[in-house]
Design a protein around this ligand. Structure first.
Ligand code: HEM
Length: 342
């Protein structure tokens, strides 16, 4: 069984948490809170767009110039609820920043990721105001959505890394040499990014702008949808090749399972994509497609992190064959001590 090696302690890691301390298990729960609140705010944002409530409040941060909270109409309430969800999002990420400083053992990497997420959340709050002021200009709505996807990426990374010193691998991937799969994993994440970006262009050209008077992107919708589905097919093809490579390399079973989950989620999402396109993008299916987009993106990022961890553990466990250590066998590399596939 492969044993996990923790990196040698660096002076910077020897900071004693001051005052109240947070256990590693509690910190992991906090990072789950960050992840969940990021997902929820994307869902409430989608509800705003799909119910045409994007200009339900005409001002920011007040709903209207003369009132902070909305009138009793549905659209302003939906828009206002989306704004209110910013508070749990902020609380969760502030807790993660604070918790990283009080966690035992202290992990500077977690603090850095949490602070980056906090910066992104502040940018999103301000960008939300710009989106309203520019009356849902599609480019600003697209940027708002893409920053949310970046925050989802950060939240998945934070949650994954927070588990690194919690779980030991149940079965080690000793002997696994990811020579075929490793060069394909970053292109896979890049393709997932392309799928998300092209998807936002389809949305920008489509009928759900968040308000009936919102401007739309000057792009022919079927062309945008074709480019989007082409990136999806390319992503799926590379994913299948990665899975075949993992099989032929005898990769650890949990990693193969995670990859298979990405494939299953992506196939389901592709089916929803075609269904909504052929049926004139009904709001319910578009909402399901946004849930699916987060699932594909989140699981792909998780798979990449798992691959990095497992490759790092395998390299650390492998007997040295040459005098030159491989990049992933560097014990100070985060990959060398990250958690096993869960
Ligand atoms: C892995 C599979 C897929 C992923 C991850 C994905 C992701 C996305 C994303 C992120 C958006 C933008 C959501 C937004 O801006 O709110 C989108 C929109 C869209 N996608 Fe996909 N998609 C996938 C497959 C497909 C397929 C196969 C089709 C078929 C043509 C499709 C059709 C559409 C359409 C029509 C929209 C615009 C919906 C709207 O009006 O808001 N998608 N997709």
């Amino acid at each position: 069984m492969a044993r996990r090696t923790l990196p040698p302690e660096r002076p910077s890691d020897r900071i004693e948490p001051s005052g109240r301390t947070v256990s590693a298990a509690m910190y992991r729960r906090i990072t789950l809170g960050v992840l969940v609140t990021q997902v929820v705010i994307v869902l409430t944002g989608a509800a705003v767009r799909l119910t045409g409530s994007g200009l339900g409040c005409s001002d920011w941060p007040r709903c209207e110039q003369d009132r902070f909270v909305p009138s009793g109409d549905l659209n302003p309430i939906i828009e206002f609820v989306n704004r209110l969800v910013s508070f749990p999002v902020l609380v969760a990420v502030l807790l993660a920043v604070w918790g990283a400083r009080h966690r035992v053992p202290v992990r500077r990497d977690l603090g850095i990721v949490a602070e980056l997420i906090l910066a992104g959340v502040v940018v999103q709050v301000l960008l939300g105001a710009v989106v309203v002021r520019l009356e849902l200009l599609p480019s600003t709505v697209i940027l708002h959505f893409l920053i949310s996807m970046a925050l989802l990426f950060g939240s998945v990374v934070l949650h994954h890394r927070a588990g690194a010193d919690l779980h030991a691998p149940s079965s080690g991937p000793a002997g696994w040499v990811p020579a075929r799969s490793r060069p394909l994993v970053i292109p896979l994440v890049a393709l997932a990014t392309a799928v998300v970006v092209t998807g936002t262009v389809v949305t920008g050209a489509g009928p759900h702008g968040g308000d009936e008077h919102a401007a739309r992107l000057d792009v022919f919708l079927p062309t945008a949808a074709r480019v989007h589905s082409l990136t999806v097919w390319t992503f799926l093809a590379v994913l299948v090749v990665v899975l075949l490579a993992l099989r032929s390399e005898r990769a650890p079973a949990p990693l193969l399972r995670t990859g298979t989950i990405v494939l299953a989620v992506s196939l389901a999402q592709g089916a929803v994509g075609y269904l909504q396109y052929w049926n004139g993008v009904p709001a319910g299916l578009v909402f399901a497609h946004i849930i699916g987009a987060m699932a594909v993106w989140g699981t792909t990022v998780w798979f990449w992190l798992e691959h990095r961890s497992a490759a790092g553990i395998a390299a650390a466990a492998a007997p040295p064959t040459t005098g030159t250590p491989s990049p992933t066998s560097d014990a100070t590399s985060p990959t060398a001590h990250e958690g096993a596939p869960t």
